[in-house]
Write a protein that binds this ligand. Structure first.
Ligand SMILES: [Zn+2]
Ligand SMILES: [Zn+2]
Length: 427
């Protein structure tokens, strides 16, 4: 076997030069509106995020960019509340309506008009995106390319395998980024929604940038289902395979709202404001934010904010410090895989559901050095010095803050933060 050149992950090396030119920006990369199955107007959605301290927002409706003329008949239960709220916010007559075939339709603002209403340079921007949505019966391949400029068209219903669909999505994203020369951050969404995508499948997609390790919408089974692994475990397995045997860089973990519901009180499942990314970038522009995410210069959060995140590539120290809230206890865990790790595994048979659909399952990897905890420390600040035997290291910050809510035992709504892998090597 030819020994591959060892590439050391230096993506976070820029953390060492805490230059004034870098800033943290808060954003949500997965959001729905009335352009698909969200229940509010895009300008109301963007207004919510802007008013809640977000710096950027990606509207990612299913297989559609919010461009051109779009009229939509609203469900009766949506129409009154959504129109009333929009007109309270933007004034009477803001929502244009028409009647077609006896049905009342509303006009949806395209992204350029939403931008006109809400964007403010240096304060709040919209980044164009969509959720490429392919459903084979009982399975879901949903992926979000972020910072796109034209529709990447996929068939919603397909008979292709998950691998073939991922290949098609990858091809489209790659073609677009070559054509435009702009960075596109491409993530696989909610692998455990309908238990559709495994760690091995994520490991095989060369051009993938990220995967949702936390999606706060319903039925995403972030923690697995008791027999199938959590998305965080799947992520570690995928990255271990990529670095150890595929010659590929790691993929980065995102947290997103995948927002659909905007008319309920308090944060709830499918609502806005419980899962986001914090991106360190030079400026608040679509290219700068997207480029930083492609470099892994961001962390994901469900409520824990970091004051410091530094990987010093020369002395191999990885420091995490929490921007602590009064009365909340924190624990910082450093985990990852070791270089000498074995990929020995037991195949797990597909799970056949009540409709006879086969759901693939990530294999059972036997080596405890995959996703191993290297160090754990209570408190608001911790530094881990890499020993040199790690394939990659990442940090998770746990907190004692009350979870947002409990949806079911398989959804993780603890307030946490997850960093990206650092110090990684392609073995
Ligand atoms: Zn989805
Ligand atoms: Zn979605």
């Amino acid at each position: 076997m030819i020994k591959a050149i060892v590439v050391v992950g230096v993506a976070l090396g820029i953390f060492t030069c805490s230059g004034d030119e870098l800033h943290w920006y808060k954003g949500n990369t997965h959001t729905h509106t009335l352009w698909s199955d969200g229940d509010d107007f895009p300008e109301m959605v963007a207004d919510w995020y802007k008013n809640h301290g977000y710096d950027f927002l990606v509207l990612s409706d299913h297989n559609i960019l919010s461009r051109g003329e779009k009229w939509k008949a609203l469900r009766a239960d949506q129409a009154n509340v959504a129109i009333e709220k929009a007109e309270q916010r933007w004034g009477r007559g803001h929502v244009k309506t028409r009647v077609v075939g006896g049905a009342k339709e509303v006009r949806l603002l395209p992204l350029n008009e939403v931008r006109y209403l809400l964007e403010e340079p240096g304060k709040f921007i919209m980044i164009e995106g969509l959720e490429m949505t392919t459903s084979r019966e009982g399975l879901a391949v949903h992926t979000n390319p972020m910072n796109v400029s034209e529709l990447l068209s996929v068939e919603r219903q397909s008979e292709r395998t998950v691998e073939q669909e991922l290949e098609i999505h990858s091809h489209l994203v790659n073609g677009l980024s070559h054509a435009t020369g702009k960075p596109v951050f491409w993530q696989v969404n909610h692998p455990n929604f309908k238990f559709s995508i495994t760690g091995e499948q994520l490991a095989d997609v060369a051009l993938l940038d990220g995967v949702e390790i936390m999606n706060s919408s319903s039925n995403c089974f972030n923690l697995g289902d008791g027999s199938r692994p959590s998305v965080e475990r799947i992520w570690d397995i995928a990255n271990t395979i990529r670095l150890k045997s595929e010659g590929l860089p790691p993929i980065f973990g995102t947290a997103t709202d995948d927002t659909h519901d905007y008319h309920l009180e308090n944060p709830v499942v499918n609502g806005p404001g419980t899962a986001w990314v914090m991106v360190r970038a030079k400026s608040l522009t679509a290219d700068s934010i997207t480029g930083a995410m492609k470099e892994g210069d961001f962390y994901s959060s469900t409520g824990v904010v970091l004051k410091r995140l530094d990987f010093n590539a020369s002395d191999k120290t990885f420091t995490v410090e929490v921007d602590a809230e009064p009365g909340v206890q924190y624990e910082i865990e450093f985990k990852g895989s070791l270089s000498k790790v074995s990929l020995r595994h037991e195949h797990v048979p597909d799970v056949v559901d009540e409709k006879g659909i086969e759901h693939p399952v990530t294999a059972n990897y036997l080596d405890q050095n995959i996703g191993k905890t290297f160090m754990s420390k209570k408190g608001t600040r911790a530094t881990y010095r890499l020993k040199g035997n790690e394939l990659f290291v990442r940090a998770v910050v746990h907190s004692s803050a009350s979870p947002y809510f409990k949806y079911d035992e398989y959804s993780d709504f603890e307030k946490k933060a997850w960093t990206q892998p650092v110090g990684w090597k392609i073995d």
